[in-house]
Design a protein around this ligand. Sequence first.
Ligand SMILES: [Zn+2]
Length: 394
Amino acid sequence: MEPHGSGADPAPVAWTPLTGAAHSIALEVLLDGPLPRSELARRLELSAGSLTRLSKPLLDSGLLLETAGAYDPRSGRPTRPLDVDEHSHRFVGVKLTARTAHAVLTSLRATVLASEEAPLPDTSPEATTAVVADLVRSVAGRHLDGEGGGVRAVGVSLGGLVDRRGRVVDAAFLGWHDVPLGTLLEGELGLPVVVDNDLLSFTRAEQWFGAARRCDHFAVLTIGEGLGYGLVVHDEVVDRPDAGVGLVGHVPVLPGGPLCPRGHAGCAEALLTVAAVEARASVALRRPVPYEEVLDLALEGEPLARRVVDDSARGLGALVAAIGNFTMPKKVILSGEGVRLAEVGREALREGIRAHRSEHASELVVDVQPTGFTEWARGAAVTAIRTFVLGHRR
Ligand SMILES: [Zn+2]
């Protein structure tokens, strides 16, 4: 694929086979640059001489560049902080839902440059591969300004179990079992394609370029059609085979609460999914009420809607507290299509957390991050960026 068609696309500057300190320098600058050399040397525990020696080939190859001078306030001398040219490489991220494929084109720092979506009328692997390949070509071609590099890699994320070779082991919402989606797409596109569970992708994006930048221990909880959970410990995304199974869905959060389809009373799915909130509000108000209207009515002070929202938000608080108690993260990021519940039910959420935490526990930082399909697709792009930068899949 040649999305630029200008012939001006420079050869990609290799991030790999960088190893050791050179790779650490490049990664620090990618994640936090521009960075003064003194700061880089301090972070990586390198002498000024070593940093100069190690960074020279990175500058010569164009992977790093020196930015316009600034004055170091401590020494009063001019500095030329190191940075990367984030537009030297582009990436495409695609998020698959049961009905639609959403795509974004991003820079090397996951800045979204363009977005596009396509319906999936037929979710067979062959038809989906064809739609996604066309969508990738289309969104890659939407930024034809003649600047910047071509697309280096494509990330695809979906709700399901995905192995490290990009094979979708199970994705019930598409009816897929053992679909080699990564291989199929690479055959179509001629580009590296990395396929990942959507929650893991989103967690990786928060870690590198999102609300948890430079946080080495945090959890992500998403609420929407279902519940998702991701965990980062010692700066590593916990990427075990069970990570895509959605195991927090049936954790009990409200004793004696409503039943989920599997018969659990008051489990997270019975209280926190969009469908669960709509179902309880529709019974309380004796008419079908869509999710956003339930939240609007609660904000307006409608007592039945307020009760439904607060019960759910309290249950959400119990789940957040359980995550805090079991995994002791520095922060919990709440997100997903249904996350407005955490804002409208803020007081009940806090109550729920307090009720399940010890007074000796540190305060749990809860960070609410609104998410739409653009953010999910950006997460997929970050998985591709990481593959490109780190040289290994996921
Ligand atoms: Zn359940």
